[in-house]
Design a protein around this ligand. Sequence first.
Ligand SMILES: C[S@@+](CC[C@H](N)C(=O)[O-])C[C@H]1O[C@@H](n2cnc3c(N)ncnc32)[C@H](O)[C@@H]1O
Length: 292
Amino acid sequence: MNPSTRRRTVADLAGLPIERTLHRATPFLKWAGGKSQLLAAYEQNFPYEFRSYFEPFTGGGAVFFYLKNSRPAFDATLSDLNGELVNCYTMIRDEVEVLIKELKKHKNEQEYFYAVRALDPAKLTEAQRAARLIYMNKTCFNGLYRVNSKGQFNVPFGSYKNPRFCDDTNLRACSAALDGVEILHQPFHHVLKTAKKGDFVYFDPPYHPLSSTANFTSYTKNSFSAEDQETLAEVATRLHKRGCMFMLSNSDTPFIRDLYKQFEIKTIYAMRAINCKADGRGPVAEVLVTNY
Ligand SMILES: C[S@@+](CC[C@H](N)C(=O)[O-])C[C@H]1O[C@@H](n2cnc3c(N)ncnc32)[C@H](O)[C@@H]1O
C-alpha cells in the first residue's frame, strides 16, 4: 500500500478530513509568555499520565497542544480571564469552518487593519470576533495581545510582507484537539471547583515582575498583583492537599521562591520571544514548581 492510500484509509475510518487526523495541532495564536520554546525543557517534568488536565491561564495553549500530541487521551478544561481568547477557543472547537470563512475575508493592509481594530467586538458575531482576534494577532506588531485600560486592543499594524493569518490546516487540527474539551471564561481560582485527586493542573500566570518597571500585565484589562500571586500559591497548596499534581511557571524572584518553598523548584532558562524589558536579551531564569 503506498503512503497516500494508507493516509486516506486512516482518515476515512475516522470520518474526518485528512488534515484533521494527520496534522499535529500547534498554538493558533502568538501569545506573550507562550511556552512553545520551553516545551523541551519542560518535557521531563510533565507527568506521563493523569486523570483530567486543567490549564487555568491558557493563553496560547502551547502546553495543552503539546500534551495532546504526546500523552494518552485525557479530558481537559481550559480557561482564561480574556473573553476574546475564550470565545476564539470555543469557535475553533465548535465552528471552525465558519471561522475559517470569516478569516479568509481579511486583508493584510494597514488602513484595513486599523478599521478592524476599531470595531466593537460586542457588535460582531462570535465567529467574526474570533476571526478578528486571529487576524490582528498575526498582522499586528510582534504578535502581541495588549489592551488599554478600557479593554480595547491597542497594538499597531506590523507591516509584515506575507503573514499567514489563515492557516486552515492547523485550525482544523486545533479543532480536533479541542473536541470534547471544556472551555471556560473564568478566573484561575475556579479550578478548585472541579479539579480532583489524580488530576494535573498547569499554571502559567502573568509573571511576577523582576523589577517594578518590568511589568507586563496587560493580557486583560486587569493586572495581576502580588496578592494574586499569593492567592495562586494558596490555590496550588489546596490542590496539593487534595491529591492533585500541579506544575507552575513563574519568574525567578525571592518572592515567588518563598511562596512555593515547600515544593520542588527547578530553574529553567528561557529565551523570550516577546519581552517588554529593554534589557530582555539573552536567557532569562524562570522557575518551574512541581508537587510530584
Ligand atoms: C503567561 S500567559 C499564558 C501563556 C500560555 N501558557 C501560552 O503558552 O501561551 C497568562 C494568561 O493568563 C490570563 N490571565 C490573567 N489574569 C488571569 C486571572 N486572574 N485568571 C485567569 N486567567 C488570567 C491572561 O489572559 C493570559 O492569557
